[in-house]
Design a protein around this ligand. Structure first.
Ligand code: NAD
Length: 467
C-alpha cells in the first residue's frame, strides 16, 4: 500500500516534500515544505506590495489581462503537471486553465468607481470602495487552479494582494501558475506558499491577513473561522456538499442519463457540487439504475495522461479510504453494487465507477459526502417525500431537478434548500453568478459582482449640500 501522506522529513528549513502521482501511487516531484514562521515575512511583503497595487485600477486591469494571456500561453506546461499530481484527464486540466484565464479577464476591469447615495435629506454620501489589504486563499486538491482563480481574480482586481496556499496533495501546478502570473504582476502581489499543517492554520489566523477565503471540508472550514476570529478577520467559506438530483415522473431517462452520470462522476466524483444522491420515482427506479450502471461499466478509467481516459484515479489515499469505507458500509447495510463496488486491480488509486441500489437512506454514503466515484440511487413514492429527503441534510450547496416539463421542474427546484438549483443539469456555473452554500456548506458569497464586493470594504464620505 502506498503511503497515505506525501513523505517528508520534519523541521529543517529548506526542506522539500514528495508529490505523488495518483495514477501510480509513486512520488514524481517535490515541493517546498514551507514552515509557518516564514509567513510573517511573506505577509509583510504582501503588505508592502499592496501600497502601490491598490492605487491604480487601470494599471491593475492591464496587468491582470496580461496575466490571463500568460496563463493561456503556459497551458501546455501547466496542464500535464496538474494531471500528474491531481489525476484528472488532460482535457479537464486544460479546462481549468481556460477557466483561470477567463476569470482573470472577467474580473480585470470590474473594480467599482465611487457611488452616490441619497435618502431625501440635503446630504450627499459617497461610497468609495476600498480594498482590504493582504488576503489569504486556502484551496483543496480537487480543482487546484480553478478554485484558486475564483479567489485571486476578484481579490487582485479589487486591489488586494494575496497569499495562496494549495493543498499539499496538489502544490505543483499552482506554484507554476503563480510564477507564470507573477511575470505579469508586480512582485509579491500574488505569492504561493506550499507545505503541511499548521501552515494553513497559521495563514488563516495571521494578524496581517484581512480576509481568509477558504474552500475545503466543513471541519477545516470551522477551524479556519475559529483561527480568523482571533484577529476578527473576514472569512468566506466554501465547504462540502451532498447535492441531491430529483428525477420527476415525466423524465426521459435515456435522454438525461449521460448528463446525470457525468454530473456525478466528472473529476472522479471529486466535485463539491457533484450529484451525490439520486432520487428516482419508484416506477422508473430500475430504468434509472440500469441506465447509470451501464454508463459506469463502460466509462474509460485510466491515467489522466492516457488519451481516451474519461475517469482518472481518486486523488489520494485518505480519500480512497473514505470511498471504500462508505461503500463497504452501504453494502453491509443491504445495498447492491449494480456497477463497481471495488478498487481496480492496478497500481495507483483507481476505484471502479460504482452505482449503488437499494441503499438504506440512513447509510453514510447517502447522509455524508462521499466525494468519489460512487453514486447511491434511491426510490421515492411521492414528490413531497423526495423533496423532504433532498432537504433533510446539514449540507446546502446545490441540487437539481430533472424532467420534461420545465415549468413543473422549476416549481420543484424552488423548494430545494441550497445555494444553486439546476434544471436538467448540475454544477454548471456562470462567472457572473453568485455562489453561496447555505447551512454547513458555506459562509459568504463568491462569484460575479458579489464575489468582487466580498473583497472590498465601503468607505463613506458624508457631507452636507451646503456649508
Ligand atoms: P480540507 O478541508 O482537508 O483541505 C482544504 C485546504 O485546507 C487544504 O489546502 C489543506 O491543506 C488546508 N488545511 C487543512 N487543515 C487546515 C487548518 N487547520 N487550517 C487551515 N487550512 C487547513 O479539504 P480537502 O480534502 O482538500 O477537499 C475536499 C473538500 O473540499 C470536500 O468537502 C469538498 O466538498 C470541499 N470543496 C468545496 C467546494 C465549494 O466550493 N463549496 C469546492 C471544492 C471542494
Amino acid at each position: 500500500m502506498p503511503t497515505s501522506q506525501p513523505r517528508r522529513a520534519r523541521g529543517i528549513r529548506g526542506e522539500r516534500f514528495a508529490v505523488l502521482d495518483p495514477a501510480t501511487g509513486e512520488a514524481f516531484e517535490e515541493a517546498p515544505d514551507q514552515q509557518p514562521d516564514e509567513l510573517d515575512a511573506v505577509v509583510g511583503r504582501a503588505h508592502e506590495a499592496w501600497r502601490s497595487w491598490r492605487s491604480d485600477p487601470v494599471a491593475r486591469a492591464t496587468a491582470l489581462l496580461a496575466a490571463a494571456d500568460a496563463v493561456e500561453a503556459a497551458g501546455a506546461d501547466i496542464a500535464p503537471l496538474l494531471t500528474r499530481e491531481q489525476g484528472k484527464p488532460l482535457a479537464e486540466s486544460y479546462a481549468e486553465i481556460a477557466r483561470t484565464a477567463a476569470r482573470l479577464r472577467y474580473f480585470a476591469e470590474m473594480a467599482p468607481g465611487p457611488q452616490s447615495i441619497r435618502d431625501g435629506r440635503p446630504v450627499r454620501s459617497e461610497i468609495r470602495w476600498r480594498p482590504l489589504g493582504p488576503v489569504a486563499a486556502i484551496v483543496p486538491w480537487n480543482f487546484p487552479l480553478q478554485l484558486a482563480s475564483a479567489k485571486f481574480a476578484p481579490a487582485l482586481a479589487a486591489g488586494n494582494t494575496m497569499v495562496l496556499k494549495p493543498s499539499p496533495f496538489t502544490p505543483l501546478a499552482t506554484r507554476l501558475l503563480g510564477s507564470v502570473i507573477s511575470t505579469a504582476l508586480p512582485e509579491d502581489v500574488l505569492t504561493v506558499v506550499t507545505g503541511h499543517e499548521p501552515l494553513g492554520a497559521r495563514l488563516a489566523s495571521h494578524p496581517g491577513i484581512r480576509h481568509v477565503t477558504f474552500t475545503g471540508s466543513i471541519p477545516t472550514g470551522r477551524a479556519v473561522a475559529e483561527g480568523a476570529a482571533a484577529s476578527l478577520g473576514r472569512v468566506t467559506l466554501e465547504l462540502g456538499g451532498n447535492d441531491a438530483a430529483i428525477l420527476l415522473g415525466d423524465v426521459d431517462v435515456e435522454r438525461i442519463a449521460d448528463r446525470l452520470f457525468w454530473a456525478a462522476f466528472r473529476n472522479c466524483g471529486q466535485v463539491c457540487m457533484a450529484v451525490k444522491r439520486v432520487y428516482a420515482p419508484a416506477r422508473l427506479y430500475s430504468d434509472v439504475v440500469e441506465a447509470l450502471a451501464q454508463r459506469a461499466k463502460t466509462a474509460v478509467v485510466g491515467a489522466g495522461l492516457d488519451p481516451g481516459t474519461q475517469l482518472g484515479p481518486v486523488n489520494n489515499v485518505p480519500q480512497l479510504a473514505r470511498v471504500e469505507r462508505y461503500t463497504a458500509q452501504a453494502l453491509a447495510d443491504g445495498a447492491r453494487a449494480v456497477a463497481g463496488g471495488h478498487r481496480l486491480d492496478r497500481p495507483g488509486y483507481f476505484y471502479a465507477p460504482t452505482i449503488l441500489a437499494d441503499v438504506p437512506p440512513d447509510s453514510p454514503v447517502v447522509t455524508e459526502e462521499q466525494f468519489g466515484p460512487v453514486l447511491p440511487v434511491l426510490p421515492y413514492g411521492s414528490l413531497d417525500e423526495a423533496v423532504e429527503a433532498a432537504n433533510d441534510t446539514g449540507f446546502g450547496l446545490g441540487g437539481s431537478v430533472w424532467g420534461t416539463d420545465l415549468d413543473r421542474a422549476e416549481v420543484v427546484a424552488d423548494r430545494l434548500e441550497c445555494g444553486t438549483a439546476w434544471i436538467n443539469h448540475h454544477a454548471e456555473l456562470s462567472l457572473a453568478q453568485p455562489f453561496a452554500g447555505i447551512k454547513e456548506s458555506g459562509v459568504g458569497v463568491a462569484g460575479g459582482l458579489w464575489g468582487l464586493y466580498g473583497n472590498l470594504r465601503p468607505f463613506v464620505v458624508h457631507r452636507p449640500e451646503e456649508a
